[in-house]
Design a protein around this ligand. Structure first.
Ligand SMILES: Cc1cc2nc3c(=O)[nH]c(=O)nc-3n(C[C@H](O)[C@H](O)[C@H](O)COP(=O)(O)OP(=O)(O)OC[C@H]3O[C@@H](n4cnc5c(N)ncnc54)[C@H](O)[C@@H]3O)c2cc1C
Length: 387
């Protein structure tokens, strides 16, 4: 194990029973626990509720290449490479399915975007294929006729994300990590976490508390961004790829009004998972029936049969959103020994493995395989204190 260099307190070193304490057992905390344990660190994970019960339980499990910025593309590419490497070793209950994504174009303008994406992906070695209307209909016969085409990104996939998080935690445990659920952290100070009944020290503390990370590190600008999902009854073979309208990209970018986009996923249970919506309404987790109705109407515009398909459950979840659409991964210098891995918005399932690898490399002082600078949480202080 390579020692951490930054700000090691002699008190922490003397008293520490653990090398690393991770706050939060969502998929990000779970992946970080696995990566830090793999480096030989004695890891403790503290989770306020149950493991994988936050945004991780509420999401969709789409593993997707996204190219809103070079940094986002680098992190999603790294993460997808890691998921594909893990794929054959994942147990069946994780339901990993490398089904690919089809981005759907409704008109010629969106078809131009399809071609631009394909050229970009080809230049980076990401496999993708432009689909004309006939090829699109052959791959997904339940889409409505009259669509302009699509882009199939073969290397994307889907999985059952709470089970993936549980598996990552199990892997960490096998390497010696301890996981304590129903054990909330109240405060973090230099090399120290403060809980109701105890104070624990470690060389490395990781704030992986998702949308709640600012409760422990108040300067972090992470806000909950609500999303709705609906799941149908079983309909074997109804949808075969993750299907997303190209208009989803504009929807994901908007930080003002509530928006909806067509986004459906095949589940191993043979159910169809229908998304998605985005709203900034604080911590209000209630169903917004207007948004839900718009979301289902949008889905039926692309797949008309969905209008009559029985649905069995609808729920909401809170994406941990940042204003620049990039997560915070790296050292938080104002607090010695504190590292942040939070703010993954709608991509945390995808980017969990890349985040964990990046964090473990930074903690160990290894050169990361992608540029870590765009993810540094210190950008927050740089933007509020221009020199
Ligand atoms: C509707 C929806 C759809 C989504 N679809 C996708 C998708 O298809 N693909 C994708 O990649 N991503 C998707 N996401 C995003 C993804 O779910 C999140 O980015 C990801 O789950 C964030 O993981 P996390 O571990 O940071 O947060 P969380 O899963 O919220 O975990 C944080 C944990 O920290 C714990 N915690 C908080 N405070 C404390 C404390 N003080 N002490 C101890 N523990 C604490 C919480 O209890 C929680 O368990 C979706 C999200 C939503 C809501």
């Amino acid at each position: 194990m390579t020692p951490v260099t930054a700000g090691v307190s002699p008190i922490a070193q003397r008293e520490a029973q653990y090398d690393a304490i991770i706050v939060g057992a969502g998929i990000i905390g779970a992946a970080c626990a696995r990566a830090l344990a793999a480096d030989g660190r004695r890891v403790l994970v503290l989770e306020a509720r149950s493991a994988a019960s936050g945004a991780t339980a509420a999401g969709m499990g789409h593993l997707v290449t996204m190219d809103d910025s070079p940094a986002q593309l680098a992190l999603t590419m790294l993460s997808l490479t890691l998921w594909r490497e893990l794929g054959p070793t994942l147990p069946a209950e994780v339901e990993y399915d490398p089904c690919g994504t089809i981005w759907i174009a409704t008109d010629e303008r969106e078809l131009d975007v399809v071609h631009t994406k394909r050229r970009l992906y080809a230049s980076l070695g990401i496999a993708s294929e432009v689909l004309d209307p006939r090829a699109l209909a052959a791959l997904e016969p339940n889409l409505r006729p009259g669509l302009a085409g699509g882009l199939l990104v073969q290397g994307d996939g889907v999985l059952n994300q709470p089970r993936a998080a549980a598996w990552l935690l199990d892997q960490a445990r096998e390497m010696g990590a301890t996981v304590r659920e129903h054990h909330a952290v109240e405060r973090i100070s230099d090399h120290t976490v403060h809980c109701a009944s105890e104070v624990l020290h470690a060389e490395v503390i990781v704030n992986a508390a998702g949308a709640e990370a600012p409760r422990l590190t108040p300067a972090l600008p992470i806000v909950p961004r609500k999303g709705h999902l609906v799941i149908t009854d079983r309909h074997p073979g109804f949808v075969r790829h993750q299907l997303v309208e190209l208009g989803y990209l504009a929807h994901a970018h908007r930080m003002d009004a509530a928006s909806v986009a067509f986004n459906v996923q095949p589940r191993a249970s043979q159910q169809v998972l229908i998304g998605s919506s985005r709203e900034l309404v604080g911590w209000d987790t209630s169903l917004n029936h207007d948004v839900l109705a718009r979301m289902l109407a949008r889905a039926a515009e692309f797949m008309p049969v969905l209008a009559t398909m029985p649905t069995i459950r609808a729920w909401t979840g809170m994406r941990p959103a940042t204003m620049d659409k990039l997560p915070f991964i790296g050292a938080w210098e104002p607090t010695h020994g504190l590292w942040i891995a939070a703010g993954h918005e709608g991509l945390g399932i995808t980017t969990s493995l890349g985040t964990a690898q990046l964090l473990a490399d930074l903690v160990a002082g290894r050169a990361p395989s992608i540029d870590a600078a765009p993810f540094s949480p210190m950008r927050v202080l740089a933007s509020t204190n221009p020199q």
